[in-house]
Unconditional design. Structure first.
Length: 592
């Protein structure tokens, strides 16, 4: 195979190295070639980001005859060393808030649901500790992880008690009194200071590593290679750290993306330049070498579950003859919070139907106001998003979800889906021929307003991660990208591959993201009302040309909804419907 100069430099390197690789730069291929050039007598460990990446890597390394390479995830490695040895029993799903209340026998202080709020923070403190390099719980300051003023006030009042209960719960897992979690056995693995008997350790997706696993990696005697993209770090909320910066190794770059062309590369660079608004960064250069013309695999990507569901609702409502859609990951995960509560539980609380609520935590709430108070004091963003869906769609939710689920295909039929829906977190590592981005990401205009507002405390790490999310979304495409105007850098122009969807007000985007945790949920503007922008009709009566007809046909085939097409062309929805009928697109492409 023909290797680039950058790839050859990595393959011929010696000693510990780190590789900063842009999206689609063939880093797995590079790592495989690196392994090929090492002695067949060498023992090599490849650490994958998750199980799906592990399975794909096993296939690729095997095809290249690299039988001396062991492929593991951090958790599968720790599982072999800890769970079997100590004969622990595993709680694969983690502990729910009400379960922690029962196990620790937490008592309230007379205020509403104090024991559940305490349990929520104990659970988060456990995750914070298990993903850190700290030796003891007392070495950490849990308050540093909290932003909301009401949540911070609550934790400050109960800090010693929360810390004590965190230590008690960890001790119960350690003794085998209760089942252990995935985070726990990884932490125990790190604290055991393991020495892994390998000559080389190749750590992939290093930008999303926890401090726990990074500590294990750094303390090995093997030659170490860590590869990732500092601009694809999107798991800070899971306590991922900027591991490439922490690795004091010689740095190599992979700047050629074989996934997309230079137009997409320029847009990706422009979005990353948003970081200059907040602080100085090292400039990035992306060379787009991709040349795909395929349009088969289409995806709609959103920042949040709410943004994605709103777009899915629009899609299945307008594309009446679409029979097959697919949600990355389990479709039910979009309607359930990590803690186990479902949209239906919150809807039943909203309707006062307590007997129908299955989740024990939600069942403790007398009304929606109490749920709002719980969300404020715990910073439970997922629960907040679900509440916003309920407040927006109310009793239409069961019918909406049924319509979506009826069209959903199984995992083994994903390739037959007419449209794939995903949040950015769930499509990490994926690529699609065509991508449409939902209007719920951070914007350049919003960043500028936040920077110039003396009343807003800037959280640099979280804002950079928000920018990273948009970058990751953009770089999932191999060919065509549809992106709202509000998300595009100022003065950036559309191209044959990049279609910019017009909007009237650039600042009117969905605001259900990490920043909203600093506001009372009742004071937020409704997400859907933010999104329902009045179309610009400057070209409403202009003559349709062959070029415009071709662009309309392409957008129709890509699954762009009529509202967004109307914005894009500056026409009314009625004008778009009329032109679709005139071109017989509904007959040709099966939409009535």
């Amino acid at each position: 195979m023909l290797l680039t100069t950058e790839q050859k430099a990595i393959i011929n390197s010696t000693g510990d190295i780190k590789i900063n690789a842009v999206a689609g730069s063939g880093k797995t291929t590079t790592v495989i070639e690196y392994a090929k050039t090492r002695s067949k007598n060498s023992k090599i460990l490849y650490l994958a980001f998750n199980k799906s990446v592990k399975l794909e890597a096993q296939k690729k390394f095997s095809e290249n005859g690299l039988n001396n390479v062991d492929i593991e995830t951090a958790h599968s490695l720790a599982f072999k060393h800890i769970v079997h040895k100590h004969k622990y029993k595993l709680n694969s799903n983690g502990y729910k808030t009400h379960e922690i209340v029962d196990i620790l026998r937490l008592k309230g202080n007379g205020e509403k649901h104090t024991e559940f709020i305490l349990a929520n923070h104990v659970n988060k403190f456990i995750a914070f500790f298990c993903n850190s390099k700290a030796k003891k719980v007392q070495d950490l300051n849990y308050l540093e992880t909290i932003n909301d003023s009401k949540a911070k006030a609550f934790v400050t009042s109960f800090y010693n008690y929360i810390e004590k209960q965190t230590r008690i719960f960890l001790a119960m897992m350690n003794s085998g009194e209760i089942e252990i979690t995935h985070d726990f056995y990884l932490k125990k693995f790190q604290l055991s200071k393991p020495q892994l008997h390998y000559d080389y350790i190749l750590f992939d997706e290093g930008q999303d590593a926890s401090a726990t696993m990074l500590d294990v990696f750094f303390n090995q005697n093997a030659t170490k290679v860590i590869v990732g993209d500092v601009h694809q770090q999107i798991y800070g909320w899971r306590h991922a750290v900027n591991s490439l910066d922490r690795a004091k190794f010689k740095t190599y770059q992979l700047t050629n993306s074989f996934r997309f062309n230079q137009d997409i590369a320029n847009l990706a660079e422009g979005v990353l330049d948003y970081k200059y608004i907040l602080s100085s960064i090292n400039p990035i250069n992306i060379n787009g070498k991709g040349s795909s013309n395929n349009k088969k695999v289409k995806a709609i990507l959103a920042r949040t579950n709410l943004g994605l569901l709103l777009k899915a609702i629009e899609y299945v409502s307008e594309k009446k003859n679409v029979d097959r859609i697919y949600f990355e990951g389990n479709i039910n995960s979009y309607t359930y919070a990590d803690d186990g509560a479902s949209l239906y539980d919150i809807l039943n609380l909203y309707n006062g139907k307590k007997k129908l609520i299955k989740d024990k935590l939600i069942n403790q709430m007398k009304n929606i106001d109490e749920l709002v108070e719980y969300i404020e004091k715990t910073e439970d963003i997922q629960m907040g998003l679900m509440l916003e869906i309920v407040m927006e769609y109310g009793n239409n939710i069961p019918g909406i979800l049924k319509k979506i689920k009826d069209k959903h295909v199984d995992n083994n039929e994903k390739d037959k889906a007419e449209m794939i829906f995903s949040t950015v977190h769930r499509c990490k590592g994926m690529e699609y021929d065509s991508v449409q981005i939902v209007n719920d990401f951070i914007t350049e205009e919003r960043l500028l307003k936040m920077k110039n507002d003396p009343n807003i405390e800037i959280d640099l790490a979280k804002l950079n991660e928000e920018i990273n999310l948009l970058y990751v979304a953009i770089t999932r495409t191999k060919n065509i990208l549809y992106i709202p105007e509000s998300l595009v850098p100022k003065d950036f122009s559309a191209t044959a591959q990049i279609h910019i969807l017009k909007s009237e007000n650039k600042d009117q985007t969905l605001k259900t993201n990490l920043f909203s945790s600093n506001k009372n949920i009742q004071d937020r503007e409704k997400s859907a009302s933010n999104y329902k922008l009045r179309p610009v009709h400057t070209d409403a009566y202009a003559k349709w040309t062959e070029e415009l007809d071709e662009e309309l046909t392409n957008m129709f085939c890509e699954g762009i909804n009529v509202k967004d097409m109307a914005r894009h062309f500056g026409r009314t929805k009625g004008a778009i419907y009329a032109r679709i009928k005139k071109l017989d697109l509904h007959e040709t492409y099966g939409w009535e």
